[in-house]
Ligand binder design. Structure first.
Ligand code: GLA
Length: 371
């Protein structure tokens, strides 16, 4: 068991005075490229990271314990504004699906920082869904579990998010990224052999934390829906660049990002297959500019990180996740990562930004049942 899984296991034992029946965990993610394309039926390319949420579970009871908050909460029937909304939402979604879910209780422990753009909410949802699937022998395919977790976000939490984060958490595999076609919901692993190229993914958590429900996320999605309505397509995925002159203002900018970003994802996958990290990285920079100028979800901190990465000669960098704060990533040579992080730290201090937190990742494993 990983350390985080042991923490959930121990917390369960201490709290409920018995052995858990199931222990499962699920990772957060970074998205390499393909931002704000998922709810437009487009392409995304996330990979799992080595930060996870673990849960230990047993039957009966109805209590949820968080080792991180040292807090016991009842399973909630509706959103209450706490961490327990996510596991409660999963139980709700299973029952909505017609499953007569018996009583359960569980203990959680996680190290995915909340509100950081690294999908801590998808990780707790995915860990809960997988654990319940195992505990009650539901045999629900992982893709369906991911869709169910998305329902939790959309209908229980109230964030109109797409499918990327839940798919990534449940379906990613170590050493690979996951190309998801968010219209067909097909997903295929794409090799991401950074080790041979002596590259790493440096994540900069700007510590500007946010809950997506409180950002412009839902408004971005509405603008895309208006644009696709005007263009007469179901999803912006189906629009072409030359169609966009029927749009103006906000809708034109948002749609231009989505259409160009989808094309970039496909080019990026080609580049990865050819081990062309120079081309791959260049696409990351262009993606960032499009998110900054057309989608308008960047922040001064994210822009500063990407600019410093560029100046340091990193092959690529961009914000990752929804934006509005959260995290950015850079593809850097292993031996350059520490110097870049240090330079960014000094720059942030001089600018009066919050002190960022850095992590260095190789693509990690998706959700797993470990007991
Ligand atoms: C959040 C959402 C995802 C996706 C990204 C932006 O992470 O949960 O569904 O829309 O933002 O790409």
């Amino acid at each position: 068991m990983r350390q985080i899984e042991q923490r959930a296991f121990q917390a369960y034992r201490n709290q409920f005075q018995e052995e858990p029946v199931v222990v499962a965990s699920a990772p957060g993610r970074i998205n390499l490229i393909g931002e704000h394309t998922d709810y437009n039926g487009g392409f995304v390319l996330p990979c799992a990271i080595d930060l996870r949420v673990a849960v230990a579970m047993g039957q009966d009871g109805a209590q949820l314990y968080s080792a991180d908050f040292d807090e016991l909460r009842p399973l909630a029937a509706k959103r209450e504004g706490s961490w327990a909304d996510y596991p409660s939402g999963v139980a709700w979604a299973l029952r909505e699906r017609g499953i007569a879910l018996a009583a359960f209780h569980g203990a959680f422990a996680g190290d995915v920082p909340r509100g950081s753009g690294l999908s801590s909410s998808a990780a707790i949802e995915a860990a809960t869904a997988l654990a319940l699937d195992q505990l009650f022998h539901l045999d629900i395919p992982r893709k369906d579990l991911a869709i169910l977790c998305q329902q939790v976000e959309n209908k229980f939490i109230g964030v109109n998010s797409g499918i990327m984060d839940q798919y990534a958490s449940l379906l990613c595999r170590q050493g690979t990224a996951l190309l998801i076609d968010c219209r067909s919901l097909d997903a295929e692993p794409v090799p991401l052999d950074l080790v041979t190229a002596r590259l790493t993914l440096l994540v900069c958590n700007t510590q500007v934390s946010r809950e997506l429900g409180e950002t412009g996320y839902n408004a971005r999605r509405s603008a895309c829906e208006r644009a696709s309505h005007t263009l007469g397509v179901k999803y912006l995925r189906d629009a072409r660049l030359q169609d966009l002159d029927k749009l103006s203002g906000e809708e034109l900018k948002r749609a231009r990002h989505v259409v160009t970003e989808n094309a970039r994802v496909l080019r990026a996958v080609e580049a990865l297959r050819l081990h062309d990290f120079v081309e791959f990285g260049a696409l990351m920079y262009v993606s960032h500019e499009s998110l900054r100028d057309d989608y308008e979800v960047s922040t001064p901190e994210l822009d500063a990180f990407v600019e410093l990465a560029r100046q340091s000669g990193a092959p690529g960098a961009r914000l990752t996740g929804a934006g509005f704060g959260g995290s950015a990533i850079a593809l850097v040579q292993v031996e350059e990562a520490a110097a870049l992080a240090q330079g960014v730290q000094q720059h942030f201090q001089a600018q009066g930004f919050k002190q960022p937190v850095f992590y260095s990742f190789q693509p990690a494993a998706g959700a797993e049942v470990v007991k």
